[in-house]
Design a protein around this ligand. Structure first.
Ligand code: PMP
Length: 410
């Protein structure tokens, strides 16, 4: 690592109060970033400022606090639009996260457009939140779920995908990056193929937005969703991007304040997007915190973040490969941030517990991707996942702790 990079890393780490602590008597090594990332003080401060100085309910307020809160909140719409690559802020709907965004599309676009016998194509590596919402609406509408298979490296079979793109396929919903395997899927190609077959495409960006530069207009996806808590922002916030002509044609999902135009007991008319999909008092401080997180990422530089994390992933992959009895789960050619593995003779939960004794936080389980576990015939995997604040020294600590865990089970 060059001196310049390490200096910058010190500065980056100094922004994260949570990283500066010991766990079980050792410096914390936080490698559970795919679950949720830690928060820089700029995010924490922005939310503190809202609650301490600028807090009031937003929209339709005549007093200064409400106007300040509304301005700060609405400003984030532009930040998210720029982050995702659209120039139309009205295409950005604030949600509570990825799960909420997918459910919204399934319950509105899906309810309006799916007919009995229609097909929804998902991939074998989807998170449960990009499976179950589609199953729910498919069951209701008599639609079928079809699945793009993957190979044993965790790469989607695009030839099989092409076969699935029949005339009944209405929606293709896939992750840009898999949370359990780290695979970066060729979503531009998937979107183009789906569009040629007349299907719409939703991209689950939960694991992509923290690591890759996203450009929804260049991708030409119809919907894109992500969660702020993985992009260094607060929990309970996120966004859905949708093409305006689709959002306009979709019925509302939840009814309530803000999503209406006129209400009477005989007839209610609805607001235009994005408000049509934002019923009720939203997570005001959370959205403002999401804006601060995107500012923070932009200031560090999205390409610099991706390059640093890629180096960490390569370093960790090389080091873990030398440990006897380790099988890496997810060896796709293109990967981001996630290192899933299985250690012969040890349950991943036990590995997670032992690593915690060394201050190393990883995750073990099915990662809300049970079909992936079924593919590999495993009950669970252990998963280390990297963020911009992780260091090569931390990778060394992780590998050392894993070696100790292995000795324990040998
Ligand atoms: N999709 C993927 C690929 C994910 O990694 C996650 C979070 N683990 C989700 C969807 C769901 O995100 P959230 O829980 O923030 O709604």
């Amino acid at each position: 690592m060059t001196a310049a990079t390490s200096l910058e890393l010190d500065r980056i780490r100094a922004d994260f109060p949570c990283l500066d602590q010991e766990v079980n008597g050792r410096p914390l090594v936080y490698l559970d970033n795919a679950s949720s990332a830690q928060k820089p003080r700029q995010v924490i401060e922005s939310m503190r400022q809202v609650y301490e100085r600028d807090y009031a309910n937003i929209h339709r307020g005549q007093h200064s606090l409400s106007m300040r809160a509304t301005a700060a909140y609405e400003q984030v719409r532009g930040k998210v639009a720029r982050f995702l690559g659209t120039t139309n802020e009205s295409e950005i709907i604030f949600t509570s996260g990825t799960t909420a965004g997918i459910n919204l599309v399934a319950q509105t676009w899906g309810r309006r457009n799916l007919r009995p016998g229609d097909e929804i194509v998902l991939s074998e590596m989807e998170h449960h939140s990009n499976i179950v919402p589609w199953q729910l609406i498919a069951e209701e509408k008599g639609a079928q779920i079809r699945v793009i298979p993957m190979d044993d490296r965790g790469q989607l079979d695009l030839e099989a995908f092409a076969e699935l793109l029949g005339p009944r396929c209405r929606m293709v919903a896939v992750a840009q990056v898999s949370n359990s395997l780290g695979t970066i899927n060729p979503v531009a190609e998937i979107i183009a193929m789906a569009h040629r077959a007349g299907a719409r495409v939703l991209i689950d960006g939960a694991q992509a937005a923290p690591h890759l530069r996203v450009d929804v207009r260049a991708l030409d996806c119809d919907f894109y969703v992500f969660s702020a808590h993985k992009t260094y922002g607060p929990t309970g916030t996120g966004a859905l991007y949708g093409k305006m002509e689709l959002l306009e044609a979709m019925p509302p999902w939840q009814g309530g304040g803000d999503m209406i135009d006129q209400v009477s007991f005989t007839r209610t008319t609805y607001n235009v997007p994005p408000m049509k999909f934002e019923a009720g008092t939203p997570n005001i401080a959370g959205v403002i915190g999401m804006g601060a997180a995107l500012d923070w990422m932009r200031q560090i530089g999205l390409d610099a973040i991706a390059a640093h994390e890629h180096r960490l992933l390569e370093r960790a992959t090389a080091a873990i490969s030398e440990i006897e009895g380790i099988r890496i789960i997810g060896t796709a050619e293109k990967k981001a941030s996630v290192l899933g593995f299985w250690l012969e003779g040890a349950h991943p939960h036990d590995i997670g517990a032992i690593l915690d004794q060394y201050g190393v936080a990883i995750r073990a389980g099915h990662h809300c991707a049970q079909p992936v576990m079924q593919h590999f015939g495993l009950p669970a995997t252990a998963r280390a996942s990297f963020a911009v604040y992780n260091t090569e020294d931390e990778i060394a600590t992780f590998i050392e702790a894993l070696r100790k865990a292995r000795e324990f089970f040998a």
